[in-house]
Design a protein around this ligand. Structure first.
Ligand code: SAM
Length: 283
């Protein structure tokens, strides 16, 4: 175990609002005012927040492109007794935001890293989704390219915890469509858009219905959103049901159509249903 001198500084990880400035905590304001340096993802963006809060601490940029180089400098400063606060453009740093390398290096050097908790879009969206929150899986942003996105979703088909994704409004409709096609369009889901801001909206429906609701609402694709999808609640005993449904459908339909129909009815991937349909047709 590394022995850290009492004189070392503290690295604070400070959450800032995700929209409404009043969501900053009193402790966050105190810490940001008292540290020697505030490390910002974007000094111009955070400069406006700090000015609005009357905070005049020195700022330094720390983003994904300079994090590694900056970490060495910050570690030296912490060892010399200086305190730092890391903030991101919005919400909790490190949650789909930079900071992991810095925290990892500071912790490995035995330096004190202390959280100042607050807003996080993922947790805020979960709290109003109406979906189970006892177990959830945070996935951040899915890949922008369709093929890679569908592959990632395919890997999630059997996940039983609630799924939490970040997404831009611009890609929301195509992302929901992929979720519906790969995870099953009857799954319950929620889209929390522009939370804590003027146009805050929370949609709750099945994935299939959300695709058409979002498609019909031009405002829905504006701004930032969090997509929450119910986990696979039926996987445990859907196997025999899928097989039974396929056997019935195969009397009437070719394997591909039977598999497509079953994948819409049960939490099973279309490819897996198709493989099973081919096997049953051969038997
Ligand atoms: N670190 C942040 C946090 O704690 O939530 C997240 C940063 S990530 C780069 C930005 C994404 O968070 C957005 O694209 C969106 O998916 C989500 N997000 C941030 N603010 C939001 C808000 N007010 N309403 C809905 N989603 C939001």
């Amino acid at each position: 175990m590394t022995i850290v001198p009492e004189t070392s500084g503290i690295l604070y990880i400070v959450a800032t609002p995700i929209g409404n400035l009043d969501d900053i905590s009193a402790r966050a304001v105190k810490v940001l005012s008292e540290v020697d340096t505030v490390l910002c993802e974007d000094t111009r963006h955070s400069g406006r927040l700090l000015a609005a809060l009357g905070i005049r601490s020195r700022t330094l940029s720390m983003h994904e492109h300079n994090e590694e180089a900056r970490a060495g400098e910050v570690i030296d400063g912490l060892r010399a007794g200086r305190d730092y606060a890391l903030i991101s453009d919005a919400g909790t740093p490190l949650i789909s935001d930079p900071g992991y390398r810095l925290v990892n290096s500071a912790a490995a050097a035995g330096l004190r890293v202390s959280p100042v908790p607050g807003a996080c879009a993922a947790v805020a969206a979960l709290s109003v989704s109406g979906l189970p929150t006892d177990r959830f899986c945070f996935l951040g942003f899915l890949p922008a390219r369709k093929a890679a996105r569908r592959k990632r979703l395919e890997d999630l088909t059997t996940e039983t915890g609630t799924l939490v994704f970040y997404e831009s409004g611009r890609r929301l409709e195509s992302m929901l469509l992929d979720c519906a096609e790969v995870l099953g369009d009857s799954r319950s889901a929620s889209v929390a858009r522009e939370m804590t801001k003027v146009f805050e909206t929370v949609y709750r429906d099945t994935l299939a219905n959300l695709v058409s609701i979002i498609g019909d609402d031009p405002d829905a694709t504006r701004g930032e959103c969090v997509v929450i999808v119910e986990g696979n609640l039926g996987e445990v005993d859907s196997g025999p049901q899928v097989e039974r449904a396929l056997r019935v459908l195969l009397d009437e339909l070719p394997a591909s159509a039977a598999a497509r129909t079953v994948a819409r009815l049960y939490p099973v991937e279309r490819r897996a249903a198709y493989a099973m349909a081919l096997k049953l047709s051969r038997d």
